[in-house]
Design a binder for this molecule. Structure first.
Ligand code: S3P
Length: 170
């Protein structure tokens, strides 16, 4: 694999965590999920932190976790939460780490369908109109990623991981 680390971004339920694990498996490296690291460090899930302390407390914890993740040389693939890459301070950390950034670009309808089918673990995904507005607003930030991978309803994590692998080696 190229020495460059990969950071995966995209909207909630675009498939960041599953694709990160598929890619890590394909490349024989370790993936790290930023929301998991936040939960480990804070003793609470992203959902609990946002619901109990507010979004800005979660964002601070998220940035601290990203700093830590980037110090962990073995974590070659980092799946971020859907908001992380929309903050310039986080993008600056990722740039400093010379990471290859991937935007998993899934249509809103697909994300919304998956959010609804999920376990209600996404406080920013409770209201469809608000989530849609967030989706539209965030696209400009996601578009700053080095590579955009389109996701459709029948894309499998393995296919998406192979597509990223091809881009990494070309
Ligand atoms: C968020 C997305 C979540 C999690 C938190 C905030 C967001 O991660 O970080 O609930 O702002 O889009 P996923 O993108 O994995 O759902």
């Amino acid at each position: 694999m190229s020495e460059r680390r990969v950071v995966i971004t995209g909207f909630m339920a675009a498939g960041k965590t599953t694709v990160a694990h598929s890619l890590a498996h394909l490349l024989g490296v370790r993936a790290l999920d930023l929301d998991d690291l936040v939960a480990e460090r804070e003793g609470r899930s992203a959902r609990q932190l946002i619901d109990e302390e507010g979004e800005s407390a979660f964002r601070d914890a998220e940035t601290r976790a990203l700093e830590e993740a980037l110090l962990d040389e073995g974590a070659r693939i980092i799946a971020t939460g859907g908001g992380a890459f929309t903050f310039e301070r986080n993008r600056a950390l990722v740039r400093r780490g010379s990471c290859l950034t991937i935007w998993l670009d899934a249509p809103f309808e697909l994300c919304w369908q998956r959010i609804q089918a999920g376990d209600n673990s996404r406080p920013l995904g409770r209201d469809e109109a608000k989530a849609r507005e967030l989706y539209e607003r965030r696209r400009a930030a996601y578009a700053l990623a080095s590579l955009r991978i389109r996701v459709c309803a029948d894309s499998t994590p393995e296919e998406l991981a192979r597509e990223i692998e091809r881009a990494l080696t070309s």
